[in-house]
Design a protein around this ligand. Sequence first.
Ligand code: BG6
Length: 493
Amino acid sequence: MLEAFDFVLFGGAGDLALRKLIPGLFRAHRNGELPEGTRIIPTVRNTQAVEEYKSKVREAAQKHLNKNEFKDDAWDSFATILFPMAVDISTLDEKWKELAQLLNSGDNRQRVFYLSTPPSVFSAACKHLHESGLITKTSRVVVEKPLGYDAKTAEEINSSIAEYFDEHSIFRIDHYLGKEAVQNLLALRFANGIFENLWDARTVDNVQITISETVGLEGRAGFYDGAGALRDMVQNHILQLLCLVAMESPNKMTAERIRAEKLKVLESLRPLTGNTVRFNAVRGQYVTGQMDGVTVPGYLDELGSPSNTETFVAIRAHIDNSRWANVPFYLRTGKRMKQRFAEIVIQYKDVAHKVFPEAAGITTPNRLVIRLQPEESIKIIVTSKDLGKQEMKLSPVVLNLNLADAYKDYFSDAYKRLMLDAAANNPSLFIHRAEVDAAWAWIDPIIEAWQRPENKPHGYMAGTWGPIASAQLVGSDGRSWFNIDEVGVEDSQ
Ligand code: BG6
C-alpha cells in the first residue's frame, strides 16, 4: 500500500506543472489516493513567487480542471499539503538547506523528485540533491521529455542523471503510456485469444498509427522549432505505441519483461538511412488554412522567421522479425490537422477468394480500430449482408465497443496515474534508458537525411490531412490512410 511520501516538484510554476501536474495531484488528493501526511513541495524561483504560488495554482487549476471538478473545499484541503519553496536549481545555497530541513523532518519517507524543467538543468538538480544529502535509498527521480536532441545528447543527459541515481530509481515519463486506452492495448492483446491469434504477418495487411492534432505552436516556438514533429512526437509517443502493438507477449507483466519486449521491437525496426529516407518518410509544414471555418496562420507566420522544421511526419516502417515480416507500419503525426485524434488501425488481409458476385458489392477488409483519444473506443469493421433485402447485398458495418459506456464513472488522467506509479515505485509505464537509446538510434539517420536540401518539408494547408506526399506514400503501396469518421460505415449500435 502506498505510504505518505514527499513529492518535490522542480519547476513548480512551469507550464506543465500548472496545466497537468498540479491538477493531477489535486485529483489524486480529492479521490483519496494520496496517503495522509503526503507533502507536495513545488519549487519556484524566488520568495515573491512563493507568496503568490497558492493563488496562482488555484487559478490555473480552475482553468485546467474539467467543469465541476473544482470545488472550493476540496481545493482548500489540497492547499494544506502544498509547501512551495524558493529554490534556485543551479546554485547550491541556503535554500537547499531549507529544503533539506523540510524533507528530513519527514521520518525517512519516500521521496519523489519530479524534474519538470528543461533538461539543461537536470544535471545541476541531481548534483545539488546529492550534495545536499537528499537522495536516500528510496528516492526516485522523474524526468520529462525531451530526453535529448539526438542519441548523443540523450546519452549525456542519461549519464548525468545516472551519476546520482541508479537506473531503477530513474522514471522517464512518456505521458502516452499513462493513458488508459494505451494500457488497455496490453489487455486487448494479451487477455483476448481472438485478437492475439490474429496479430501477425499471416493475417495483418498493414498497421496505421496516427496522432493528429489541431493545435499549432501554442506559444512553444522556442522549444518546438528546435525539435520538430519527429523528435517531439515520433521518437517517443509514436514509437512507444508501435512497441505496444508489435511486441511479443512478456512472460510476466512486470516492468522488466515489458520493457525487454519493447526494446526488441525498437531494435528490430528496419533502419531508414540516406536515400531510403526519401522513399519511406514524408515531412510537412503547415501553411495558412481554414480550421472550422476560421483562417489560421501558417507555421512560418506564427514563428516569424524562416524555418525547415517539420510539423508533420508520415513514415513507412518495417519491423524485421518473423511476426511482422513485410507488414508495413504507417506512422503519422502532425499539428494543425483536420481533426484531433489518436488511433491505431489494424487492417486485416482481404478474404483469399471472393465468393460473392460483384453485384453484391465489394467486401472491405476487416479492420480493428482502436481510438485512444479524444474518446476511447474499440471498433471492428466487418462486412455484413444488408438485412431485410431479398438479394444478397454486402456493406461494411461497425461493431462498436464504446469503452466510455462500459465504464461510466472512470476518468482518465495520464499524469496523475504516472505520478502515483512513481510514488508507488512501479516503473512498468516508464521508459528504460535502453529504449531511449534504441529509439534515437532509429531516428537519428532520418534527421540526418532531412538535412539534405532535397528533403525540405512539403507544405500542407492547416485544417487538412497533411501534404499530398503523405497520401502518396501509402498510395504507392496500393493502400490509403484510414479514418473511421470519414468512411461511410453503418454503426451497429
Ligand atoms: C507532447 C508534445 O509530448 O504531447 C506536444 O510535446 C503535443 O507537442 C502533446 O501537443 C500531445 O499530447 P496529447 O496528450 O494532448 O495528445
